[in-house]
Design a protein around this ligand. Sequence first.
Ligand SMILES: Nc1ncnc2c1ncn2[C@@H]1O[C@H](COP(=O)(O)OP(=O)(O)OP(=O)(O)O)[C@@H](O)[C@H]1O
Length: 300
Amino acid sequence: MIDKLSGAVPMALSVTGATKHYDSGFTLDDVTFDLPAGYIMGLIGPNGAGKSTLIKLILNMIHRDAGEIQVLGLDNLADEEAVKQQLGIVFDSSYFVETWNVNDVERVMAPMYPAWNKATFASYLAKFKLDRKKKLKEFSRGMQMKLMLAIALSHDAKLLILDEPTAGLDVLSRDELMDTLHAYIEDGEHAVLFSTHITTDLERAADFITYINGGRLYYTGPKDEFEDSFRVVKGGPDELTAVKDIAVGLRRYDTGFDALVRAENIAGLSGMEFTLEPASIDDIIRLTNTGEVSGTKEVL
Ligand SMILES: Nc1ncnc2c1ncn2[C@@H]1O[C@H](COP(=O)(O)OP(=O)(O)OP(=O)(O)O)[C@@H](O)[C@H]1O
């Protein structure tokens, strides 16, 4: 909802300078981004980039070394209890005792949320075709994810955070999930942050993208601008020299190369015999992770 006095869209999530060092040597380094209410943001990056670490920091599941995180204007540490009421959380696997059935889950979860709505929960169980009496160990991975989603949507959470929710889902369930997320943000008061490796989900659902690479923020902003910022340049081995200096990502083959080039630098290639193609999200992730170009860790 737009603030009528200021005209500003309220922030569902503001992450400023979030930093976490692990003893393993990995550092999530100074990550900053905003997610306005009414939008869906995809959190992307290769394996080990720091996506789950960032989500755990937002949920205050791990101690942060620096930075500030606000959920709907509330500090996620100082106002932790209030923040938890506003958050709906879906992980890639269930965190419940596997001998429980859905009724047991509701009995445990409902008292944790003053805004728990039995009727809403019942309607999601029906929508997702989840049998209340079945033990969770008899649920498939997709059914467990849907149960967590039903819980997350039944206590009036304003910000939904999903860690790889579509990983174990078939194409029908993925579509159903994306439709559910769209319906959830439609009133402009809710927002979704979801991490994924499945870029078709992003193409379909995400308004914004935050791309983390090696623990550092590479891009945050509108999805369309992300793709429009780059082009893929293809050429033969002899043409590589002309492209190398402006490439922000590069993959070589025996027969030539694919280079990722910022759109504003394309003019420098005019008059040469290259193939220029639009860059997809997959192209950008693939080509910024070959380790061939030193500039791949720059923030746009
Ligand atoms: N508790 C921990 N202690 C030490 N290192 C950790 C810990 N948890 C994660 N790491 C390391 O931090 C890095 C980032 O891990 P993280 O799980 O955040 O990545 P991710 O982007 O979610 O990866 P994936 O796509 O594979 O799920 C990895 O190198 C991982 O090994």
